[in-house]
Design a protein around this ligand. Structure first.
Ligand SMILES: C[S@@+](CC[C@H](N)C(=O)[O-])C[C@H]1O[C@@H](n2cnc3c(N)ncnc32)[C@H](O)[C@@H]1O
Length: 259
């Protein structure tokens, strides 16, 4: 699961006993070789599913980490793209890896009607629950971070996203159905959840990471209540469940109020 150049067990243990912000500061230099970084297959599937909804002007990658979602924005936005995260370590890593690899703020190739002009890139330190922007974005994406928010924090989080979107702007993210209740994957998720709850009952600061609580049906209702019109798009490229239904979907939440 972890590459040899990834974090050691000791490093992971120290990170897990820290706060979320500090834990990611520590993990940042090795984050891109962990399974926690959103895989390219997911980024590619979301990019292709977003394309027909565009073109977009300005985009935000919420909880950007080392910038996985920035590569999506660079392909579908023509204007400024911004990554926001509260971990300075992750932002520093994101900046450094793009400088050293020349990885794009905009893709090197990309013909076709929606091919963007090179986007201007910014990295901003900020908490997703108190975003430091006005209504200046047309598209907000987020990958792999919702487990860090307690269910009771989500109304505030979604309200923050609504406030930084221009009317008619889109909040887009992939979401997976929970595995079937008796499957090994479901037991693994449950075990992880129990370990987290025990850890947080006996240790401070807490490390919030509860992925079982982020369920499509609930999230759709919460987004609707926060002022979005919500649709769920299948992402068949990411596999299917035993009953043939797609394993992953993409939520498209459109800020009400027209353009
Ligand atoms: C699992 S990483 C995902 C990073 C990246 N989006 C990806 O898909 O590879 C979760 C990220 O969320 C950030 N994060 C968690 N809670 C946050 C908050 N309240 N405000 C801003 N960033 C937050 C962490 O610092 C971390 O970089």
């Amino acid at each position: 699961m972890f590459a040899p150049e990834g974090p050691t067990v000791r490093e992971l243990a120290v990170q897990a006993l820290s706060s979320v912000e500090r834990g990611y500061d520590l993990l940042a230099p090795k984050f891109d070789v962990t399974p926690f970084r959103t895989p390219d297959a997911v980024l590619d599937a979301v990019t292709e599913a977003i394309r027909p909804l565009g073109p977009f002007q300005d985009g935000l990658d919420l909880c950007c980490g080392t910038g996985a979602g920035m590569d999506v924005l660079a392909q579908v936005c023509r204007g400024r793209i911004t990554g926001v995260d509260f971990s300075m370590g992750m932002l520093t890593q994101a900046r450094a890896s793009r400088q050293s690899t020349g990885r794009p703020a905009a893709p090197a190739t990309g013909a076709g009607p929606l091919a963007p002009a090179p986007a201007h890139t910014e990295w901003v330190r900020g908490d997703a629950r108190a975003l430091p922007f006005g209504a200046v974005f047309d598209l907000v994406v987020s990958f792999g971070a919702f487990g860090h928010f307690l269910p009771r924090e989500r109304p505030r989080l979604f309200d923050q996203v609504r406030q930084v979107l221009r009317p008619g702007g889109r909040f887009v993210f992939p979401i997976a159905e929970l595995p079937a209740p008796s499957s090994p994957a479901a037991w693994m998720l449950l075990a992880f959840d129990v370990v987290m709850r025990v850890r947080n009952a006996v240790w401070r600061p807490p490390f919030v990471m509860y992925y079982r609580t982020f369920r499509p049906d609930r999230v759709r209702g919460e987004l609707t209540a926060a002022g979005f019109d919500v649709t769920l798009h299948a992402l068949p490229a990411l596999g299917s469940r035993a009953d043939g239904s797609p394993r992953c979907g993409m939520i498209v939440a459109t800020r009400r109020g027209g353009r």
